[in-house]
Write a protein that binds this ligand. Structure first.
Ligand SMILES: Cc1ncc(COP(=O)(O)O)c(C=O)c1O
Length: 286
């Protein structure tokens, strides 16, 4: 059965959805998106995802085509129309259809597309053993804070990881840690959680914020600051975080063990806290 998607005001099976070839999302990657995890049919941190969507839209000067309540209803409906308790909602807004010209069209109407599929979080094996990552230079543009659908660099970077038999890249820009191709990266050194600052060089992850909140709640010492390459390579623990990875330990970096080469103690604590927090939030929303 094909999943049900939403396109410009209508729900339909995914294989029936069509966009015109001159959509600027297709021609230029001129659009923004969000990925929202849904647990037990309830979207997680919806307000925060909408706030980030608004910031992305503002940054690329696309007017938000829907109001807050319209977005909420739409997300609820797409979740209800698709199977599964835990889902991953993908939404995309592009600048719309217009004659090909780099400059913004005067009267194009935004294209709004939403789909939802099963949420696939890391299985017990990855949680238990961690994953491999490889370092690479971050050669993306200087607005990585915008959740843009122009993801060619991220695709190339992820493929670099896949070609190396790894799960993700750990990117370095000018000698400092930035993030992964589709995840934020944290380090732990001497019991202190290190997080790169949220600036134009990283996507402000919704999960990143959850991790910092949980760190504060559990009195884990945190330093939000630039992290030089030497500290990445010498870290006791490295973690990836994202809406679909949740929090995942990196066991090897460039083939060398991170710390003991097994997910560390601080990771185990944080992973447990994350699961408890998720369940608490979902119960409160029920
Ligand atoms: C480049 C990048 N960084 C970080 C993240 C993590 O963000 P979130 O926790 O909101 O999923 C993502 C998520 O897709 C991403 O693409």
């Amino acid at each position: 059965m094909s999943e049900i998607v939403y396109l410009n005001g209508e729900f339909m099976p995914a294989d029936e959805a069509r966009i015109p070839v001159l959509d600027r999302g297709f021609i230029f990657g001129d659009g923004v998106y969000e990925v929202i995890p849904v647990y037990s049919q309830r979207p997680f941190r919806l307000v925060e995802h909408f706030q980030r969507l608004q910031r992305s839209l503002d940054a690329v000067r696309i007017a938000n085509p829907l109001s807050g309540p319209e977005w909420v209803r739409l997300i609820e409906e797409i979740v209800a129309r698709n199977p599964g308790e835990d889902q991953s909602v993908y939404l995309q807004v592009t600048r719309g259809v217009a004659k090909r010209d780099h400059a913004f069209p005067k009267d194009a109407k935004q294209t709004v597309f939403v789909m939802s599929g099963p949420l696939s979080t890391p299985g017990p094996d990855k949680i238990e053993h961690g994953v491999a990552a490889v370092t690479t230079t971050d050669y993306r543009w200087l607005r990585c804070d915008v959740k843009s659908v122009s993801l060619l660099a991220n695709c190339l970077l992820r493929q670099h990881a896949v070609d190396a038999g790894a799960e993700e890249v750990v990117m370095l820009r000018d000698g400092y840690l930035s993030e992964g191709s589709s995840s934020n990266v944290f380090a732990v050194r001497n019991g202190v959680l290190l997080a790169p600052p949220k600036n134009h060089l990283v996507l402000p992850g919704i999960t990143y914020d959850v991790i910092l909140e949980l760190a504060a709640a559990t009195r884990l010492p945190v330093e939000v600051r630039e992290i030089p390459e030497a500290e990445v390579r010498g870290a006791d623990e490295l973690w990836l975080t994202s809406s679909t990875k949740e929090v995942l330990a990196i066991a090897t970096l460039d083939g060398k063990p991170v710390g003991s080469g097994r997910p560390g103690e601080v990771f185990r604590m944080m992973h447990g806290e994350f699961q408890i927090f998720k369940r608490k939030v979902m119960r409160a929303a029920a």
